[in-house]
Design a protein around this ligand. Structure first.
Ligand SMILES: CCCCCCCCCCCCC/C=C/[C@@H](O)[C@H](COP(=O)(O)O)NC(=O)CCCCC
Ligand SMILES: Nc1ncnc2c1ncn2[C@@H]1O[C@H](COP(=O)(O)OP(=O)(O)O)[C@@H](O)[C@H]1O
Ligand SMILES: [Ca+2]
Length: 564
């Protein structure tokens, strides 16, 4: 025995044999967690088989599939390879696996082809590998795919057909594909038509706006099935059971970038295939007692609301519409007056700590139980009754921007994001208040989103980690009794009255962008719902050093390594 590696010797081998890889003879072994191989040769003096190269290996959790090859006489023969070696090993199978590239957390599909002496052995290898893969019950078998043909640079359909569908086929995953015909087609289909029992997940091919449709479709469907009243801001929402995969084909692709670490269709497809799971917080947004929307990334008032509003007029420009609208909005240098009330999140770190949310993030591990949440709600109510709003903080001011980010909102434009330390699944959002300041100061603040400098390190910026918040635009006329009472939740909506300047409540004020959609009201009430939805993702992985050309050991977590 040549000894593949000490680790492998400790585990029971499911199969091992001598095979040919390229122009060398290798000993290959499979255990429940790894496929490994090592170059071997016959020692000329002793005629013993000895090993002569380092063990290479692929964790099973990184393997996509094993397939039989149909070989013609010439295929696979390298220049050095003696004809004899291939004549003696005329059967072959290919193992496809996830290969991490050195480039910005991108994953690719790697192939390794082994040649065998006989067909039986070849089939045995394929069967053993695929049987182990079938034990990974977290992997999807059947997907429902929605493609927005008009997202981003209008390449959604092509990206799916050329880059994603072949990989899904290789992994034996079936897909029902719907190319949307209008806005909200995917949302409506999920709410009232799709037979969700047939699928293990939903795939969104498009940008953040398209993802938002799917998010709404799934959440609304789930709440309707469980008879949860969405209009009540304090309703306990039921988590969605289906995971969502995002194939980025939009303009910003912030949700994909913040959860996968790259904006790349192949990488996303591979995260779907290996069955990753990343829980994600969702904000519910209400106006008075009416549900408005859900949000997972940016709820932005003032600057980002204005950028979005302006950009919609130039949708034909594709992603460049944001650059144009960004410059115009920056030059207009508007500010908005209002009152923001928020409930700080206790024991949840701070938006300025350096604890970045990364794959396997400790801050996102704990999902509070129903009991915890009920207790928290009770103590919030008690605080309000006892202290007339203590626990809540109220800030009145003139703001250039108010941003609530329930995740970092990292995207190619800003790789660390609007809220670099926000967590994907900790049940909180980072609330960023940018007060009125000079044009130059605001430029400095914006510029820091693209550099390593701290964008919160300005006297006119403050940032809080919150569970809930309310915003009330400046009230025209004297403040109401509710507002003076100091009860922030009541005053959030009690003080609103039509503005004589516009005769129209809300519209004389700034606007909120909610994951890229404009909200119809400025006075809103927001609650973060921890881990309401899961994605086929694993969060942003720490950059790894690559060893050799092969996939490095890990980063499979122990959870991934053990078949369930
Ligand atoms: C002087 C240089 C200033 C550069 C500032 C860059 C800051 C960028 C932060 C972007 C955060 C984006 C958060 C996500 C927003 C998306 O939901 C939304 C819709 O996306 P999609 O559906 O894919 O089109 N996109 C935007 O709001 C674009 C904001 C662009 C701001 C310039
Ligand atoms: N077939 C369609 N025709 C028009 N609009 C659509 C269609 N399908 C989806 N949409 C809408 O297009 C908007 C933008 O989609 P998205 O994929 O996020 O692209 P982008 O990132 O370029 O904004 C979303 O609001 C979505 O509801
Ligand atoms: Ca969060």
């Amino acid at each position: 025995m040549t000894g593949l590696s000490e680790d492998m010797e400790k585990q029971a081998r499911l199969l091992s044999s001598q095979l040919v890889l390229g122009d060398r003879l290798v000993e290959v072994a499979a255990t429940r967690t790894v496929l490994a191989w090592k170059g071997i040769k016959k020692d000329k003096k002793s005629s013993e088989i000895i090993s002569f190269s380092k063990t290479e290996h692929v964790p099973l959790c990184d393997i996509i599939a094993a397939h039989k090859n149909h070989i013609n006489a010439e295929s696979g023969r390298s220049q050095k390879n003696p004809k004899r070696l291939h004549q003696m090993h005329p059967h072959a199978f290919t193992v496809s696996y996830v290969r991490r590239t050195r480039r910005r957390r991108r994953w690719r599909c790697g192939d390794v082809t082994f040649h065998c002496t006989n067909q039986g052995l070849c089939e045995q290898w394929i069967q053993v590998i695929n049987e182990q893969l079938s034990l990974f019950t977290n992997r999807p078998r059947s997907l429902l795919v929605y493609i927005n043909p008009y997202g981003g640079k209008r390449r959604g359909e092509r990206v799916y057909e050329q880059k994603v569908a072949p990989l899904l086929r290789r992994a034996c995953i079936s897909a029902d594909v719907i190319v949307t015909e209008r806005a909200n087609h995917a949302r409506d289909h999920l709410i009232s038509q799709a037979n969700l029992n047939e699928y293990d997940g939903v795939v969104c091919v498009g940008g953040d706006g398209m993802f938002s449709e799917i998010l709404h479709g799934l959440i609304i469907r789930t709440q309707t099935d469980h008879r949860v009243d969405r209009d009540r801001p304090d309703s306990e929402l039921v988590p969605c059971s289906l995971r969502v995969g995002i194939i980025p084909a939009g303009s910003t692709d912030c949700i994909c970038f913040s959860t996968v670490g790259a904006s790349d269709a192949v990488t996303s497809a591979l995260h779907i295939i290996v069955g990753d799971s990343q829980p994600m917080d969702v904000c519910s947004v209400h106006h008075r007692d009416r549900f408005l929307r859900y949000s997972v990334s940016l709820l932005g008032y003032g600057f980002y609301g204005d950028v979005l509003t302006d950009s919609e007029r130039n949708r034909r420009l594709g992603p460049a519409r944001y650059d144009l609208a960004g410059v115009k909005t920056f030059l207009s240098h508007k500010h908005y007056e209002g009152t923001i009330s928020f409930l700080p999140a206790e024991n949840k770190g701070t938006p300025r700590d350096k604890l970045r949310c990364r794959s396997g993030c400790g801050a996102c591990q704990h999902k509070s139980s129903l009991k915890d949440r009920k207790q928290r709600e009770m103590s919030e109510k008690t605080n309000l009754d006892k202290d007339g709003g203590h626990g809540w903080r109220v800030i009145h001011g003139k703001f250039i921007a108010i941003n609530a980010a329930s995740m970092s909102c990292a995207c190619p434009r800003s790789p660390k994001g609007l809220a670099p330390s926000a967590h994907l699944a900790d049940g909180t959002a980072d609330l960023i208040l940018v007060r009125r300041c000079s044009h130059l100061d605001f430029f400095r603040h914006l510029l820091r989103h693209t550099t390593k400098d701290d964008q919160f390190d300005h006297s006119f910026v403050e940032v809080h980690r919150v569970r809930k918040f309310c915003f009330q635009p400046r009230v025209c006329g004297p403040a109401s009794a509710d507002h003076r009472s100091g009860d922030p939740v009541t005053s959030c909506f009690g003080a609103t009255r039509p503005c004589p300047a516009t005769g129209n409540q809300g519209n004389g004020h700034g606007r909120w962008t909610c994951d890229g959609e404009i909200l119809p009201h400025a006075a809103i009430r927001v609650s973060v719902h921890g881990q309401l939805i899961r994605l086929f993702a694993r969060g942003i992985e720490e950059e790894q050093r690559q060893q050799g050309g092969r996939a490095p050991e890990g980063p499979c977590s122990p959870r991934d390594l053990e078949p369930s």
